[in-house]
Write a new protein. Sequence first.
Length: 368
Amino acid sequence: MGVALLGMGICGFTPTSTGLSYREMIAKAAKMAYRDAGVTIDQIDGAVSAEEDFPSGYSIADEYVPDQLGMVRKPVYTIPGDFMHAVASAAMQIETGRFDILVVESYSKASNVLTKDEMVRFAYDPIFNRFGLSPHWLAGLELNSFMSEAGYSIEEVAEVVVKNRAAAVANSNAPYGDNFSVDDILGARPVALPLTELMFAQHADGAVIAVLGTDEAARKYARKPTFFSGIGWGAGNSILERRDHSLSIGTAIAAERAYKESGITSPSEEVDAFFVSDSYAHRQLMHMEALRVNGNSNPIVNPNGGALGGGDLFEATGGVRLYEALSQLRGEAGRCQVNAERVLVHAWRGVPTDSCVVAILDKERRAL
């Protein structure tokens, strides 16, 4: 059974959103998504929510989700991971044949969190890895290891920031579009050398909603559906001391599964654009290597500006990449538009994990 993306809705994205509560943001994005997908609440069978208690500020945060989605007394399945982990879970549920249409939800109200770094620190092992310093220390270690093993220079890492922040200038949904030089990036405030403050995404507020369904539902209701041809996910070793920090094993595993399912053998030739996690600049390069696509093929990567230009939305970050991919396939990306018939969407859960998802999305359903 095929799985399709019927439509999406967003609310945001801004560094602060003092005029809206998180419930209002989710409700606005849901209304937009349902209209875009051509469905009503009564036609949706349930929801998958990507939530964590820490960013929300209270326990069992997903219990506050059904109301604004219109999913009262309907099943709501919670994923403590990125939006794209929730998408993968929704796709599996649809493929069981028990659900025709599901909604996927996540949000960020980062502006409400005063100590974001302290919250990230809680993700580390409390005995061996939760040091009394910036939680970005692991990203600095990864950056050094990646450059040493993969042969990239610090200037090439900085160039990722320059390109993505510049691309975001043309994206009306991206709050961090700007024009920088490589020297600006390298000369910014040091955080975990050689990592500087401009080498990782800054937080933003927003909500993202996706409506997934069967191919039949897509063709019956949606105005411009797109189609998943492959989804894979994987993770590197959860024990930091045993992980190779120069590569993303999670991405490699996820890509292998997605490529196999979609019949892709040469990703640089068969995929038109890549929407890849760039929460840290070096991670974009690392992920592209794991996707078996290097710079020599001159791939189109994050043409909308990525997270460096659009912001880090906690669990919703991968959903923004999916929204950008959908807009590209529909020809609705405005000044960021590229020519794309098939795209790849990648998501990474963030430090200290190497938990990743890869999805292949096509403009039209392709026969394998």
